[in-house]
Design a binder for this molecule. Structure first.
Ligand code: HEM
Ligand code: HEM
Length: 472
């Protein structure tokens, strides 16, 4: 394989010498730019919608054209769909880079973009018109999710055909990214149906809310991080991809059975209490392996005097990847495990504690990662200036401070809510009023988050604009 040959043992014999692979620009990579541009734009809009919703919670009579419940539904629609659109673009970009050849059909990828964008926008527009079905996270009309499913089907077909075209040279990273997309498709399909039985309805819903995030996206994440290190010439292929299949296997097993931590109280047999609680422990292992893979990648790039991370573009990408890993460990794994203990979950279930975890895990782990990939894709061929790089780092910092601020305010609100409402049995509305100062703190932290969001998106737009004619 071409890329393999680029790495050979160094003079000292200790560290293989890395040369940056010369990368051709493939059509797939040009097309992936539109996915990434759409994803970051939707993320910017999400912050505005979210801030309005957060304000509405502390100023209930705030004049708004959209009632809170539909605003929340739109916010959750963004939370699910922009990371999906960004991931589609990243997977095309990094699969072509990883295999060092074109994907099966760039034309299909173009069509797929049109399909996913039209249906995602239709979800937001119909929800703004107060047309929805009340299923949390998947609140748009079911037919619209069929459209998202169609886009995933096109992606899955395109990627499988791409791998099949040269099946002797399939790399682990390309393979697990494709499997990730296949899972996204398979897990969404049961959610385009309507279930009269509420238990079945909840059970299927978590195939997206949980399994998309904690299984399918974990595969695309691992594939992206591995490929980033390899194609940027920062790390030796053998080192980063050594455990990739094992990591993927554990992510699938752990992710699948730990769905049980969402099934505690939905009316399924109590076996799920044991499965959900115990197998959730396993979920932490692939996260540790992801951190280890990044550490190995970073170490081998530092150990190599000739390459190392000199490019500001790669440094900024790394800041975003490292932020994602921070929340993988803290907001997702540690916090997730704490609320998974059934005796704890019995009390905190569905309170602001869940909201704290949801923000720290969903944006923290997935959001940062997709932003890293999209920044890398859209800035190809352009190094940021020193000022641009500093602005980018400031944006990452603001996003982190804002997210930690929101998470802390929600955690305190969740703790009080649990204690006063669930433990002491005080009236729900009275308790809700007592939470106002913490929800106000969340608005302030959210404002800082939104500032970071706009600053980063500005940098990403600037990079896209500079490279729009020739992303060499
Ligand atoms: C990237 C990883 C993760 C993401 C994106 C994520 C995301 C979420 C989201 C969005 C919710 C809210 C669902 C709802 O509103 O019903 C949630 C709930 C939950 N998560 Fe996670 N999570 C992650 C990892 C984990 C891990 C590793 C664990 C445990 C080991 C965990 C345990 C839980 C539990 C127990 C709940 C239910 C809380 C309740 O009963 O209200 N999560 N997660
Ligand atoms: C300016 C930043 C943000 C603000 C002010 C904000 C505010 C809100 C509000 C008001 C709610 C509904 C009530 C609540 O549960 O607290 C909510 C829920 C939620 N938000 Fe955000 N949000 C922000 C950013 C994000 C981002 C970037 C994501 C993910 C990409 C996200 C994911 C979620 C999720 C998953 C829920 C449901 C939580 C649950 O199940 O309880 N939010 N957010």
């Amino acid at each position: 394989m071409k890329l393999f040959r680029m790495f050979s043992a160094g003079a000292s014999g200790r560290h293989p010498v890395l040369t940056r692979p010369r990368q051709q620009v493939f059509l797939a990579q040009k097309i992936s730019r539109r996915y990434c541009l759409a994803a970051v734009t939707l993320f910017a809009i999400q912050s505005v919608v979210a801030l309005a919703g957060a304000l509405d919670l502390v100023i209930p009579d705030l004049p708004s054209p959209i009632p809170f419940e539909f605003g929340r539904a739109i916010h959750l629609g963004f939370a699910v769909l922009w990371p999906l659109i960004g991931t589609m673009g990243m997977v095309y970009y990094f699969t072509a880079a990883e295999l060092n050849r074109e994907i099966f059909s760039p034309r299909l990828a173009r069509w797929q973009f049109g399909v996913v964008l039209v249906f995602a926008l239709s979800v937001y527009v119909t929800l703004s018109l107060r047309i929805g079905n009340g299923r949390e996270y998947l609140e748009g009309m079911p037919a619209l999710y069929l459209g998202i499913g169609l886009a995933l089907l096109l992606a899955a077909y395109n990627l499988v055909r791409t791998l099949w075209a040269d099946k002797h040279h399939i790399t682990p990273a390309a393979a697990i990214m494709t499997v990730g997309i296949l899972f996204l498709l398979i897990l969404l399909l049961p959610n385009v149906l309507h279930y009269d039985n509420p238990t079945l309805d909840e059970a299927a819903k978590f195939w997206v809310v949980h399994l998309w995030e904690e299984m399918a996206f974990e595969l695309t994440t691992a594939g992206f991080i591995a490929t980033f290190f390899i194609v940027a010439g920062l790390a030796v292929r053998e080192k980063v991809e050594k455990w990739l299949y094992l990591e993927a296997g554990l992510a699938v097993t752990g992710g699948l059975y730990s769905t049980g931590h969402h099934y505690f109280w939905i009316g399924v047999p109590s076996l799920w209490l044991v499965l959900g609680a115990l197998i959730s422990l396993l979920e932490v292992v692939p996260v540790v392996m992801l951190v280890q893979m990044t550490y190995v990648g970073l170490k081998s790039s530092k150990a190599n005097n000739t390459t190392g991370i000199k490019s500001k573009r790669e440094k900024l990408t790394l800041w975003l990847i490292l932020s994602s890993l921070l929340y993988h460990v803290t907001g997702a794994s540690v916090f997730g495990l704490m609320i998974t203990v059934p005796w704890v979950n019995l009390y905190v279930h569905g309170t602001y504690t869940t909201s704290a975890h949801a923000h720290l895990a969903l944006f923290g782990s997935m959001g940062f990662l997709v932003l890293a990939g999209c920044y890398y894709v859209l800035s190809r061929g352009s190094e940021p200036t020193q000022a641009g790089y500093k602005a980018g780092v400031l944006a990452v910092l603001l996003l982190n401070i804002g997210l930690i601020g929101m998470g802390t305010a929600l955690l305190v609100a969740g703790f009080l809510q649990t204690y006063l409402w669930r433990v002491l049995g005080r009236d729900f509305m009275q308790v809700s009023l007592l939470l106002t100062p913490y929800l106000l703190a969340r608005v302030l932290a959210g404002g800082m988050f939104a500032l970071g969001d706009f600053l980063l998106i500005w940098q990403i737009y600037a990079a896209w604009w500079r490279t729009r004619k020739n992303p060499s």
